[in-house]
Design a protein around this ligand. Structure first.
Ligand code: 13P
Length: 350
């Protein structure tokens, strides 16, 4: 099936609404397993109703639409509604937030490659995308996971994941859905910033090669990469300005100008660091003689949600305070998109 001109125009418009309008994305697409793990860590019961209540809290946060352009949902969530029966997708649309959907089936151990993973979910994807489009999703997400260790990542892992990302992206566009292409190099390990830089460049080169081979319209997609960071166990933890400079330089060398925007994942960084590093990249971008061809935005899950989750604790009476905390992190990241994040914004009402 080809893509009509109408579809191409819609893809470009949606991709630009996600990243070029000065707002960022909220990833709230944790699988039931991941969501339950986060609940268990703070003592929240792991039930369907609690997961629904948490997603209700996120979506109904007052003023969220001023900071957030799109929200990535999970299969269970896209079918759910608030306490009054209004569907979550309708609530998002009313708030000016585009509904998106995670469509990968998770990263599984890769055969013959100890310590590495391959993301599954291509079988039946066309039909699932058609169903999700009917439910209101206008964009999708697929996450590939790349581990760093001695001898890793292997060429086989990088190629297999890049190929899957490209086939997913092509299927999305065939169905009028903007693909968020997420190759994530994990922060676990003792690798240096330089090792992460080399791996990030290699992975992104390979991903864009496969996107090209599959005929993916780069103007109608969003890249969701890791920042270039030293591993969590690396003794040298580089300063915010170094991370920002190396990340932007690396991406400028490998991400084609046709891509409208790069929306970073947070990957386990604290909320404050994720805001500070994002901010510094946008500060830096203003100083370039040759402007960056794409927007630098965010698509954070943990860096936006975690403080609010700890406050909520599963209790309705904590909802307003938790929503304030969520909005605060979204606002800090909104400021960071404009290079205007500061400690005074961070400490507001804190
Ligand atoms: P984090 O921001 O918590 O890394 O999550 C982003 C995401 O969508 C992972 O797939």
């Amino acid at each position: 099936m080809g893509k009509s001109n109408v579809t191409l125009t819609r893809l470009v418009e949606t991709a630009n609404r996600l990243v070029a309008g000065g707002r960022g994305l909220l990833a709230m697409d944790e699988s039931n397993g991941t969501c339950n793990k986060r609940f268990a860590a703070v003592g929240i019961p792991q039930t369907v109703e609690m997961r629904r209540a948490w997603r209700d809290l996120l979506i109904t946060t007052p003023g969220l639409g001023a900071c957030i352009s799109g929200a990535i949902l999970y299969d269970e969530t896209i079918r759910q509604a608030d306490d009054h029966g209004t569907r979550f997708t309708d609530l998002l649309t009313q708030a000016g937030i585009l509904p998106g959907i995670k469509v990968d089936a998770g990263a599984k151990p890769m055969a013959g490659h100890p310590g590495e993973k391959i993301t599954e979910g291509l079988d039946g994807l066309r039909e699932r995308l058609q169903d999700y489009a009917e439910m209101g999703a206008v964009f999708a997400k697929w996450r590939a996971v790349i581990a760093m260790d001695a001898g890793l990542p292997t060429r086989a892992c990088i190629e297999a994941n890049a190929h899957a990302l490209a086939r997913y992206a092509s299927l999305c566009q065939e169905n009028g859905i903007v693909p968020i292409v997420e190759p994530e190099i994990l922060m676990d390990g003792s690798h240096s910033l330089e090792q992460c830089r080399l791996a990030t460049a290699d992975v992104l080169h390979t991903v864009f090669e496969h996107l090209y081979r599959q005929g993916v319209l780069l103007e109608g997609m969003v890249l969701k990469p890791n920042m270039v960071l030293p591993g969590l166990a690396c003794l040298q933890q580089d300063a915010v300005d170094v991370v920002a400079e190396v990340t932007v330089r690396t991406l400028r060398q490998v991400v084609p100008a046709a891509v409208p925007g790069i929306a970073f994942l947070s990957g386990g960084q604290s909320g404050e660091l994720a805001s500070a590093r994002l901010n510094q990249m946008n500060v830096l971008a203003k100083t370039f003689v040759q402007p960056l061809p794409w927007k630098i935005a965010f698509s954070y899950a943990r860096a936006i949600q975690m403080p609010a989750l700890a406050i909520w604790h599963g209790s309705e009476s904590n909802k307003p305070e938790a929503q304030w905390a969520l909005h605060h992190r979204a606002r800090c990241n909104l400021a960071a998109l404009h290079g205007e994040y500061s400690q005074s914004i961070e400490r507001e009402h804190a």
